[in-house]
Design a protein around this ligand. Sequence first.
Ligand code: HH2
Length: 293
Amino acid sequence: MSEGAPDPEVAAGRMGAPPFTLMGVINVTPDSFSDGGRFLAPEAAVAQGLRLEAEGAEILDIGGESTRPGAAPVTAEEEKARVLPVIQGLADCGTSARLCVDTSKAEVAQAALQAGATMVNDVTALGDPDMAGVVAEARAGCCLMHMLGDPRTMQIDPRYEDVVADVKAYLTRRLEFAVASGIAAERILIDPGIGFGKTMEHNLELLGRLHELVELGPPVLVGTSRKRFLGELTGRSVEERLPGTIASCLVAYEQGATVFRVHDVAPVHDALLVAAATVSPRWPTTNSAKATR
Ligand code: HH2
């Protein structure tokens, strides 16, 4: 068993599959807010993907353009040059994790789906006019995320009537559009877009009332990992936000979120296992009589 990997007996066998999914983040960018520059070399990104998989990630989210506030846009050519070797490399390694491309460009998504990805994480919720067709045609999964404005401007005085109701109304419209475009409902995830055109108060309100988004039906994905609102709350730098990340994931889990997009897979996995064993009425399913310490 590799270092940091969950005990397979606990994680998959004796207790049944856990009722949540971890999406491990791999940013193949020079400027991502927390891991920019670390995985620019394809070999480093592939190794990171395999490490995250061993730690419990069932989905690997590979992105070639930072969405941090004020980030410089990247051309489709550049984005493809960054993500395709990594997706291809992970597919060649025979990874059993699902490969997801984090992009809002249909051209990049199409190339990634041909290279071995089976899912598109689109922070613009199918904003590119060609994106829905690409996802539908490939019978791929997709994540529809809420964002107010675009990454260049989104953090300039974001305002909502009622942030949860506004995000819910937006996701309802995008879900309807996705399904009308031929994407099967069961292949869709929804995401409130923590930090995308939201103040700290907006993010906390969304996390605390996430069950209202769960009512829409599709699995809810949350991405709080290392984000700025955690730093604003705790005074911690990006490298010191793991405890805040874990706490926010546990709150989201208790509210009904089931997919967690994180950089630090192993610790979040363990924390969620404990939370799930405590609060989930149907899990663990097959408790063994074996005593545990
Ligand atoms: N957050 C980031 C990027 N993509 N996708 C979804 N669905 N949900 C999120 O919350 C989300 C996302 C931002 O985090 P990160 O990828 O670490 O940073 P950067 O955008 O700077 O690369």
